[in-house]
Ligand binder design. Structure first.
Ligand SMILES: C[S@@+](CC[C@H](N)C(=O)[O-])C[C@H]1O[C@@H](n2cnc3c(N)ncnc32)[C@H](O)[C@@H]1O
Length: 344
């Protein structure tokens, strides 16, 4: 849809103002929004266009059609500047339609970018609530002890090797403070007798351990018969907490093969969404690195940081592609007569 045609129909009949005048307004608003750092995400909405005009001192009462045309033009200018006219014609209706719903349904980018930690957080709340009061719990590789409060009703103990000191990666800086630890030791050699705990939790640790099977064997050893193992680990993640990152790729089939060999029965095996949510997170990450290189114009930033991640994340449940999930959450129960069957 062409702005001049869109704007001039109502303009011509109602005589509010000419298309050329609207184009001037668009330019004025674009200049003003740049100077005010108005978030790009706010612009495509019709109310935002009207609001921007009002704030810029454009007091004319605008007809609906003109505001819609202005919103479309703002969006076209910001997002589609590099497309050919044919590409624009193909993309724009979908972009506008998606936009209308998405920005209302998913106002919080944090839910898109940190979906896996949010999912783990609520799953861990459920798991903790199901652990009986007074049960003996070990948090293996507890780190900062983020789940400790969930286990306040239990006899909670934490373990970690306490060697990682944080990261200065400009795109993902991290400070890391170990909380009160009961056992400072390697996860493959925890100084407690066999079957010491009714529940063992181990979240996002196995990718950091050079011998993950030895770690799982140790967790199986310290779990009491009938006790539960609550474990999460990534299938796909970038390297983090370096240099202590050795593995990824903990697939559904890894858990289904190894846990029974260690004497566990799997109760729950939950993927952390699929390809589309994974891609949403990585598109945004790529844009952050591009921005650090000074290689991310504002229109591309809008696509990669606001629109595409929301669109992909929103569509993930309808297009579930588990092969590219970021990882799994697993709960398993140790068989009363558990005997290791030779996991190697
Ligand atoms: C990504 S953090 C996860 C922390 C915590 N479980 C959580 O979910 O918030 C990984 C943790 O594993 C610990 N870790 C890495 N290698 C270890 C090892 N060989 N033995 C024990 N802990 C280890 C690190 O110190 C770090 O605290």
């Amino acid at each position: 849809m062409d702005l001049i045609r869109a704007a001039s129909a109502p303009v011509a009949t109602a005589g509010w103002f000419a298309a050329a005048s609207l184009l001037r307004a668009v330019r004025q608003v674009n200049t003003w929004t740049r100077s005010q750092s108005v978030p790009m995400a706010a612009l495509p909405q019709r109310w935002a266009a009207a609001e921007v005009l009002r704030s810029a001192g454009w007091s004319t009462q605008l007809p609906d059609e003109a505001v819609a045309a202005l919103a479309a033009e703002l969006q076209r200018g910001n997002v589609l500047a590099r497309c050919t006219p044919a590409q624009r014609a193909a993309i724009l209706p979908g972009l506008l339609a998606a936009d209308a719903g998405l920005f209302h349904r998913l106002p919080d980018m944090d839910q898109v970018l940190n979906f896996s930690s949010h999912m783990r957080g609520s799953w861990m709340r459920e798991q903790a609530a199901a652990v009986p009061a007074g049960a003996r719990v070990l948090d293996a590789g507890a780190g900062e002890g983020q789940y400790r409060p969930l286990f306040a009703h239990t006899r909670y103990a934490s373990q970690d090797f306490a060697q990682y000191t944080g990261s200065s990666d400009a795109a993902a800086p991290e400070t890391w403070t170990y909380n009160k630890l009961d056992y400072v030791c390697d996860i493959t050699a925890i100084p407690v007798p066999d079957g010491s705990f009714d529940a063992v939790i181990c979240t996002e640790v196995l990718e950091h351990v050079p011998e993950p099977l030895a770690a799982l064997r140790e967790l199986a050893r310290v779990t009491a018969p009938g006790g539960r193992l609550i474990v999460t680990a990534p299938l796909g993640s970038g390297m983090h907490q370096e240099p202590y990152h050795f593995y990824g790729g903990y697939s559904r089939h890894f858990w289904e093969r190894v846990l029974p060999q260690l004497g566990f029965e799997i109760d729950e095996l939950v993927p952390l969404r699929g390809l589309l949510s994974h891609a949403a997170q990585e598109v945004h990450r790529a844009s952050r690195y591009m921005a650090l290189q000074g290689d991310l114009p504002q229109d591309q930033a809008w696509v990669m940081q606001e629109w595409l991640p929301r669109l992909l994340h929103d569509k993930d449940p309808a297009v579930p592609v588990e092969q590219f999930t970021v990882g799994y959450m697993v709960r398993a129960t140790k068989r009363a007569s558990a005997r290791e069957e030779g996991a190697t």
